[in-house]
Design a protein around this ligand. Structure first.
Ligand code: 7TS
Length: 390
């Protein structure tokens, strides 16, 4: 039994046991290539078809739409921005791509690359609540100029959810394509492309108790699309390369389980997160970033006045609690974080924010122990810093 506590589920999650089990046979028993014409291929194809059905159902995609299995959300995000560049800008009359100031690097760095290729990239700011400002999009969007609007559904560091319904509505009113990176939304809140008619949506299995290295990309029927990978014409020629069959099968079941767990996520996990946060916030000099009702139910980003974030992480880690100072894949300091800058928090945060992200596997006893560990760390680190000042 692992006695450590894992509160870094926005970085990645533990694979659900049922997902693990369903993936096993695709290594030694059912190992055919799904594109082969013999029985080995055929038996795999049927499992892949079930997995795709589960993915379509999970996000309420229409049969006429496309859901591709690919390598990860980074691939999906790259694909959509580069595809919009090729179809709307290089081969069209548009000039501009709009993103927001709170994107994951897989969007912001791709946008920066496109800017270096001459694309006009504009970022919508966040409002005082820390969510993308829909009013700013209304002002910036230009039907003659804007090729694509791409806004992350939920921010990975704070869990703050952007007003995707409104942003997507503005893009549609202007006849502009709309993409959302739904990596931190799937499995935490309902994600339905029928309800919110985005043109493109990305997700990645390992954020909802599925395996790593496999993701999904939704493309609405008729939405322009150019593949990133050309080759063997797998996935209808839209994503070449032999499909990661065990990954796809695992992601399909993980999606089904994640959707089934949404009520639990929004009651029990939310309650655990709130109770953890309430306990931590009794400590002096602490505050949580972003109001709770605007955040995904599993995430708390807490600032501890006067404590250096990395020192705190080490202390927590030594005591058996895994958390993070933000995105594991972002190395920038918190001071440079545009979200905190926009919320006017940098001056208060200065290296003191810690992200705690829970999951449906988190238990009450873990929450209680974690809160104790955090309290002790804060007291110890503050005592050290006071001793240093004497
Ligand atoms: N988009 C968002 C919003 C993410 O949070 C991440 C990963 C990705 C895209 C990329 O997913 P991948 O499967 O391609 O790697 N975010 C984080 C994080 O918050 N800490 O580590 C990875």
């Amino acid at each position: 039994m692992d006695s450590r506590i894992y509160f870094d589920n926005n970085a990645t999650t533990q694979v659900d046991e049922r997902v693990s089990e369903i993936m096993h046979p695709f290594e030694r028993e059912c190992y055919g290539n799904p594109n082969s014409l013999h029985s080995f291929g055929m038996e795999v194809r049927s499992h892949l078809a079930t997995a795709l059905d589960r993915l379509y159902a999970g996000i309420s995609a229409d049969d006429e739409d496309t859901v591709l299995v690919n390598g990860c959300a980074t691939e999906g995000n790259n694909n959509i921005l580069k595809s919009a560049w090729i179809t709307q800008i290089l081969n069209g009359r548009k000039k501009q791509i709009i993103t927001s100031r709170v994107e994951h690097h897989s969007v912001s760095h791709t946008a920066a690359f496109l800017a270096s290729m001459g694309v006009e990239v504009v970022e919508i700011p966040v409002d005082k609540n820390g969510v993308a400002d829909a009013g700013a999009l209304r002002e910036l969007i230009d039907p003659d100029k804007t090729a694509l609007v791409s806004v992350v559904w939920a921010n990975s560091e704070t869990g703050l959810m952007n007003p995707i319904r409104e942003l997507c509505g503005i893009a549609r009113e202007n006849g502009v394509l709309f993409h959302t990176d739904a990596v931190q939304a799937v499995g935490k809140i309902p994600v339905s492309v029928r309800d919110i008619p985005v043109d493109y949506l990305t997700f990645t299995a390992h954020k909802f108790h599925g395996p790593k290295g496999v993701g999904g990309l939704y493309i609405r029927r008729g939405a322009p699309f150019v593949p990133l990978l050309h080759g063997g014409d797998q996935m209808g020629g839209l994503r070449s390369g032999t499909v990661n069959v065990s990954g796809a099968v695992g992601m399909g079941l993980a999606m089904e389980l994640a959707v089934a767990s949404l009520p639990y996520e929004n009651t029990a996990v939310r309650k655990l997160r709130d109770s953890f946060e309430d306990t931590i916030l009794t400590l002096e000099g602490t505050f949580a970033v972003g109001s709770r009702d605007l955040r995904t139910p599993n995430t708390s980003f807490i600032s501890f006045k006067g404590i250096e974030g990395e020192a705190m992480l080490w202390d927590l880690n030594r005591a058996g609690l895994a958390a993070s100072t933000g995105s594991a894949c972002a190395s920038e300091s918190l001071e440079a974080n545009p979200l905190f800058e926009a919320m006017n928090l940098n001056k208060d945060l200065s290296h003191t924010g810690i992200r705690f992200s829970l999951s449906r596997m988190t238990t009450e006893s873990e929450v209680n122990r974690a809160a104790e560990i955090v309290k002790n760390a804060v007291l110890r680190l503050r005592a050290i810093s006071t001793a240093d000042q004497i």
